[in-house]
Write a protein that binds this ligand. Structure first.
Ligand code: ZN
Length: 309
């Protein structure tokens, strides 16, 4: 990477961490990114009572972080083997998703049929049927989510084999794979809590490369106990736990956040004329299996040239 003098271009000014992801271990104060510095969020408000918590200049801090995670770099050949294994295991995952999604799509079809009859009779759609459609759609999203997780896991694996190549890449890997990073007052990384996805990835890698986590300069806390490391089994484990801990900063953080996102989409559908609402539910029924990320992007209204919207 070329050495940058003076002002950093925009891309280099993007911090890798969400607010709250970095935490001072001793005080449990989270850090926030302001004006090119990570600093205690309470200090920012003049409410921090710890005198010696330092602020860390970007990108110096992230460069230090890159150095700290070098020991995680995974040999490309091992990475490739894991890719192939997961792809093979993903066949069973796909079969399961197809089977389960098919049932729910039929349920949604039944709800949509009832809605159509309702429109004929009353010219509107009752809240009860909208709620049923919403619940069934929510189930469909949850059933199809593991196919996204498989893609995300593959990205994390790529990130792991690419550690040390670029600072931005390292930052991306850490921010996507680490839920919390606990720092000393001087900014040394002491402990990390992994996102559930990354926890699974690390445990899988460790099975292939037994000394993988041995020489880390920091401690990994709250490791998940997976009953099996097979991809399908692990995805089912996450699913049975309602995807808790899979990915923070996503609609799956908690059931409450998930329901809020679901309600937001349903509310925007409710504003459409009844026949357009039907079209939307039909679209969501068909598109969710095809593109599970539709739910996460918040997209509820597809472009339709015949529509007046
Ligand atoms: Zn503080």
């Amino acid at each position: 990477m070329p050495r940058l003098k003076g002002k950093y271009p925009k891309l280099y000014q993007m911090p890798s961490f969400n607010n709250g992801q970095l935490v001072f271990l001793q005080s449990n104060h989270s850090l926030t990114f302001i004006n090119g510095y990570y600093r205690c969020s309470l200090r920012q408000k003049g409410k921090c009572n710890v005198a010696d918590e330092l602020s860390f200049k970007y990108p110096v801090f992230e460069r230090r972080l890159s150095r700290a995670i070098q020991s995680l770099k995974l040999d490309e050949e091992i990475g490739r083997n894991i890719f192939y294994e997961w792809d093979r295991q993903a066949i069973d995952l796909r079969k399961q998703i197809e089977k389960d999604a098919d049932c729910i799509m039929q349920d949604m079809e039944a709800t949509i049929l009832v809605m159509k009859q309702e429109i004929k009779k009353t010219k509107k759609i009752s809240m009860r049927n909208t709620k049923e459609a919403r619940e069934r759609y929510g189930k469909l999203v949850k059933i199809t989510f593991p196919s996204l997780m498989h893609g995300f896991l593959s990205d994390l694996l790529k990130g792991l084999t690419a550690i040390g190549k670029t600072r931005i890449g390292d930052g991306l890997f850490v921010s996507a794979g680490f839920e919390k990073v606990y720092l000393s007052k001087e900014g040394k990384i002491l402990k990390v809590k992994l996102q559930g996805m990354n926890d699974y990835l690390f445990q899988y890698v460790e099975r292939k490369k037994p000394d993988f986590l041995k020489n880390l300069p920091f401690e990994i806390i709250e490791k998940i106990h997976f009953p099996s490391l097979n991809l399908l089994d692990a995805m089912n484990f996450f699913r049975n736990n309602n995807y808790k801990n899979v990915l923070s900063y996503s609609p799956f953080t908690s059931e409450c956040v998930f329901q809020k996102q679901l309600k937001k989409q349903t509310d925007s559908i409710k504003q459409l004329p009844p026949l357009e609402q039907i079209k939307m539910w039909e679209t969501l029924k068909d598109i969710t299996w095809q593109s599970p990320h539709v739910f996460f992007s918040g997209l509820a209204i597809p472009y339709d040239e015949n529509s007046s919207m």
